[in-house]
Design a protein around this ligand. Structure first.
Ligand SMILES: [Zn+2]
Length: 162
């Protein structure tokens, strides 16, 4: 028997229902939605256009609700002396992502001493950060998806865990 996917479950609950011809601007971060995609482009006339909806974009909602799409846990003895560089790499990835897809954002970076936890708005962004850290610093990385593939837990460590 074929398995039927329930589209309602797989849909990101934070994506506002908007028609393909609608235009909207996030009143928190200024991201704009037009032609079915979000961007940080700010056409000067956008706010003057009639029918532009004022919304809170999905990324700002997730930041506000602390509703991460991905959690990355970084650990191991290598982390401590390289913490600043690794966090810098994450911030660079965030800056790069923002120009391509403003819905990919870091919610928070929590320094817990022996490990660092990073929360992101999207699972794919968390996966990419894991891949970039692994590419730059080697070590061991694992990826576990759950919640119908909408949530990822990434762990990375290099050296002994304490
Ligand atoms: Zn926003």
């Amino acid at each position: 028997m074929p398995i039927r996917k329930n589209l309602a479950v797989h849909r990101d609950p934070y994506l506002p229902l908007m028609g393909p011809k609608e235009t909207a601007v996030c009143r928190r971060c200024g991201a704009s939605y037009r032609r079915k995609r979000w961007s940080m482009e700010k056409p000067l006339d956008l706010r003057q256009e009639s029918g532009v909806r004022s919304v809170v974009c999905p990324a700002c909602q997730k930041v506000n609700d602390s509703f991460p799409g991905g959690i990355i846990r970084l650990g191991g003895a290598f982390l401590k002396p390289h913490r600043e560089e690794i966090i810098g790499l994450i911030r660079n990835e965030e800056a790069r992502a923002k120009t391509i897809n403003p819905l990919e954002r870091v919610i928070l970076i929590k320094d817990e001493g022996s490990f660092v936890e990073v929360q992101t708005t999207s699972d794919r962004f968390a996966q990419r950060i894991g891949m970039e850290i692994h590419r730059a610093y080697k070590g061991e990385v694992t990826y576990h998806w759950s919640r119908d593939d909408k949530f990822i837990r990434v762990t990375w460590h290099r050296g002994q865990e304490r």
